[in-house]
Design a protein around this ligand. Structure first.
Ligand SMILES: *[C@@H]1O[C@H](CO)[C@@H](O)[C@H](O)[C@H]1NC(C)=O
Ligand SMILES: *[C@@H]1O[C@H](CO)[C@@H](O)[C@H](O)[C@H]1NC(C)=O
Ligand SMILES: *[C@@H]1O[C@H](CO)[C@@H](O)[C@H](O)[C@H]1NC(C)=O
Ligand SMILES: *[C@@H]1O[C@H](CO)[C@@H](O)[C@H](O)[C@H]1NC(C)=O
Ligand SMILES: *[C@@H]1O[C@H](CO)[C@@H](O)[C@H](O)[C@H]1NC(C)=O
Ligand SMILES: *[C@@H]1O[C@H](CO)[C@@H](O)[C@H](O)[C@H]1NC(C)=O
Length: 382
């Protein structure tokens, strides 16, 4: 499937859609949900953050490699620039993250070996698994299991028997598959177990779990890290703010926060409206005060929207997606055909009076809801 980005301008989108449908393709026409801005002026990290918060939303945060490419595309020079990541020093500030963007870590004691995680003589920030999990030094070498969302060779998981460091394993998986195996749903799946049991005796393997004390300026828990391992050595220096090295394909490094550098801000196009309205009221509200009710046409957008949905006061938020009885078709209100779907099982009802909402907890899947229900909703700004 192809992805094309266009401006949010309605006429352009309709015209583009018309052309693409003529070509008979199912295409995502993406109206960007956030924008990066490169600011050439040199500032300390704190000054840069204040600037971004005043003019835009915050210093740039990066969800995945797609974001990283967009960030680089918005740069106007090949230099080193601040991003919104900083280190909270002090041992108790480390947090576990799954390597795969969008997977949320929830504590589950039963997965760990007795007495783990426990650090050692040095901090142990990466996780290996045999039957149960143990934290281990990230520079140790083990085989590993990659997750492949495209199901290369009809397999979701690929066992790589070469022993490498955790970061090398992550790089390999991101290059050849999707990422290191991440999340309980993957690691406790039948297919994963079968792969693990095919090794006799059982071996220790890296899984996609790591911890660090780096945080995003706006408080989100995005787990994506893109360190330049030749320059960066977490634990050996005291440089607490992160930069992107635009001349080194955007890889990240750390620097003293009071150094002066250009920087990236991000501007969020989504606003959560914490008012309870019916779908029609929500649509009118968004069209009058902003641009439109948000619709989702790819997994990347789904992830940005779900971050926002978490902060709603209702169990669902309305999405700009409805069913047309006349056309017998689901469509997005921005006139796109629905090419990406994220229905909860049993959540899809093809009834004339149903509209679509996302659950604000759990997996953030979609469910049909009656039009007289009232929920919070998310508008997209101009
Ligand atoms: C914890 O993980 C085990 C698998 O080891 C799983 O069966 C159980 O449902 C999980 N518990 C929670 C609360 O997620
Ligand atoms: C993948 O699996 C499907 C059915 O599960 C089968 O029809 C197809 O031939 C398989 N493809 C390959 C490349 O093995
Ligand atoms: C990030 O994770 C922490 C702890 O796991 C949690 O308390 C916090 O609410 C999360 N923040 C967001 C924005 O989801
Ligand atoms: C980040 O903070 C941790 C302590 O939480 C520390 O061990 C590590 O050295 C710091 N990293 C850098 C690059 O300063
Ligand atoms: C919206 O409804 C939720 C319950 O579904 C309630 O907790 C919340 O206070 C309501 N918000 C407003 C602004 O009425
Ligand atoms: C919506 O209408 C249905 C009947 O069509 C009714 O059962 C339901 O209670 C109504 N819900 C609200 C929130 O008014």
């Amino acid at each position: 499937m192809k992805e094309k980005s266009f401006s949010c301008d309605r006429a352009t989108m309709q015209w583009s859609l018309f052309l693409l449908l003529l070509m008979g393709q199912c295409v995502f026409i993406t109206c960007q949900l956030y924008e990066y801005h490169f600011i050439k002026e040199q500032m300390s990290w704190d000054e840069a953050r204040a600037y971004c918060r005043e003019k835009y939303t915050d210093l740039a945060k990066v969800f995945d490699l797609t974001d990283m490419r967009r960030l680089q595309d918005s740069a106007q020079s090949q230099t080193e620039a601040w991003i919104g990541l900083y280190n909270i020093t002090g041992g108790a500030n480390r947090r576990w993250h799954w390597s795969l963007p969008g997977k949320e870590y929830t504590e589950n004691k039963t997965c760990w070996r007795d007495g783990e995680p426990n650090d050692g003589a040095y901090p142990e920030n990466c996780v290996r698994k045999k039957d149960k999990w143990a934290d281990y030094s990230c520079t140790s070498k083990f085989p590993f299991i990659c997750y492949d969302e495209m199901m290369k060779d009809n397999k979701t998981f690929h066992l790589i028997e070469t022993s490498v460091t955790w970061t090398q394993a992550q790089n390999y998986c991101r290059q050849h598959h999707t990422d290191l195996a991440s999340g309980l749903d993957q690691i406790y799946s039948e297919e994963f177990k079968k792969l693990l049991n095919s090794k006799d005796p059982k071996v220790n393997l890296w899984i996609g779990l790591f911890r660090d004390s780096w945080r995003w300026s706006d408080g989100s828990n995005f787990s994506f890290r893109y360190w330049d391992m030749n320059l960066f050595n977490d634990g050996l220096n005291n440089r607490k703010c992160a930069t992107t090295l635009l001349e080194r394909s955007g890889r990240w490094s750390s620097a003293g926060c009071d150094q002066r550098k250009p920087f990236f801000c991000y501007d969020d196009k989504l606003i959560l409206i914490r008012e309870n309205k019916t779908w029609e009221e929500a649509l009118n509200y968004c069209r009058q005060k902003h641009h439109d009710l948000v619709s989702i046409s790819n997994p990347h957008q789904q992830r940005w929207v779900q971050e926002r949905a978490k902060k709603a006061s209702t169990p669902f938020v309305w999405l700009g997606l409805r069913y047309s009885c006349t056309l017998d078709l689901w469509f997005l209100i921005n006139d796109n055909r629905v090419c990406y779907e994220r229905w909860a099982s049993g959540g899809k009802t093809e009834d004339c009076s149903t509209y679509v909402a996302m659950t604000t907890g759990g997996q953030h899947e979609w469910v049909s809801q009656k039009k007289n229900e009232t929920f919070n909703f998310i508008c997209i700004k101009h």
